[in-house]
Design a protein around this ligand. Structure first.
Ligand SMILES: NC(=O)c1ccc[n+]([C@@H]2O[C@H](COP(=O)([O-])OP(=O)(O)OC[C@H]3O[C@@H](n4cnc5c(N)ncnc54)[C@H](O)[C@@H]3O)[C@@H](O)[C@H]2O)c1
Length: 314
């Protein structure tokens, strides 16, 4: 009788929490266990199968985030706040909002705590400031115990014709959207790697990372988001060995304060170029964020998920 050895994950495996392996892995092990049990004495079957594989789970259980801690940059409002709500509803134990806007950030934390009972902390920072970012991530680990999930939603947009774009203004967009995402991913990633439990990093790209919006001139934004998506892919390859999954959500036009400063004419144009003929609502990203944050997407890394009402199919 050949010995069957199933690799045992660390007991404190993040992808594991109470239930480390996918249903598929579970069913393969169950099958092995039954055939061994049929062919061997009970003592042999117990001795030869080494596994901490959990019981099979209902698919909805795979979306649970009980005991985990998430950090959301730009979570004081807009898409970041909606994604924060989606994660809290799935049982997070702690959430940290990192944002420039203190009043909104503190209100967001109060709201998340009162609605979902989660421990919520606000840290004011500019994502361009790598020292402040590292300090904040260290504080999150000290205050909330760990970092399992990072959502990178802090971002800005400009509409400026390329020939008029001042280099300083162009650089600001790249610095916040692209460099800021890297700085935050690196600072949280160090903690995830040191803890050895894996994790999930969700970048917020944009459909502008793969198409050019028309007629709005926004070269810096488009370039920054293309960079974000390729940064995500690069980190997904580098960090797979640490079981840190990296993916991005790329929205089309969404109904958030980011877009309210633009001319009315743009809105009509944006809607008419979108097959669903409307802007997206912030909560329409929450399900995807939860899927990417949770074990429900345990084999998904390096993927960019477009949520754009069909804009990019035309
Ligand atoms: N709204 C859209 O149509 C749309 C479409 C595609 C992608 N996105 C992306 O989604 C993300 C969120 O956008 P939103 O619509 O929620 O915007 P929003 O303006 O409502 O929220 C962005 C948040 O980021 C924060 N922020 C901005 N600069 C920061 C900095 N330097 N440091 C820390 N925090 C900072 C803001 O204070 C704000 O709370 C952005 O990355 C944006 O590019 C938005």
């Amino acid at each position: 009788m050949a010995a069957v050895s199933v690799q045992v994950p660390p007991t404190d495996d993040i992808m594991a929490s109470s239930t480390p392996f996918s249903p598929l892995a579970q069913s393969m092990v169950d099958e092995r266990q039954s055939s061994i049990a049929a062919a061997a004495t009970p003592a042999e079957s117990l001795a030869t199968v080494t596994t901490s594989v959990p019981r099979k789970r209902n698919v909805f259980d795979m979306f649970r985030l009980d005991g985990r801690v998430a950090v959301i940059t730009g979570g004081a409002r807009g898409l970041g706040y909606s994604m924060a709500e989606g994660l809290c509803a799935a049982g997070l134990s702690g959430i940290a909002i990192l944002d420039l806007q203190t009043d909104l950030g503190e209100q967001a934390c109060d709201q998340l705590h009162s609605e979902y009972g989660v421990s919520a902390r606000f840290y004011r920072l500019d994502v361009r400031d790598e020292v402040a970012v590292q300090d904040a991530m260290d504080s999150v680990v000290r205050d909330l115990g760990r970092i399992d999930i990072l959502v990178l939603s802090a971002g800005v947009a400009d509409i400026v014709h390329a020939e008029d774009y001042s280099p300083a203004k162009f650089r600001r967009v790249i610095d916040i959207n692209l460099n800021g995402s890297f700085v935050c991913a690196q600072a949280a990633g160090k903690h995830m790697i040191a803890a050895g439990r894996g994790g999930s990093v969700i970048f917020v790209g944009s459909m502008s990372g793969s198409i050019v919006n028309w007629p709005n001139p926004q070269s810096a934004y488009n370039a920054s988001k293309a960079g974000v998506i390729h940064l995500m892919k690069s980190l997904s390859a580098e960090w797979a060995k640490y079981r840190i999954r990296c993916n991005s959500i790329s929205p089309g036009y969404m109904d958030t304060p980011l877009n309210t400063t633009y001319e009315e004419a743009y809105f009509h144009e944006w809607k008419s170029r979108t097959p669903m003929n409307r802007l997206g609502q912030p909560e329409e990203l929450a399900g995807c964020a939860l899927w990417l944050a949770s074990d429900a997407s345990s084999y998904t890394t390096g993927s960019d998920i477009l949520i754009d009402g069909g804009y990019t199919v035309l």
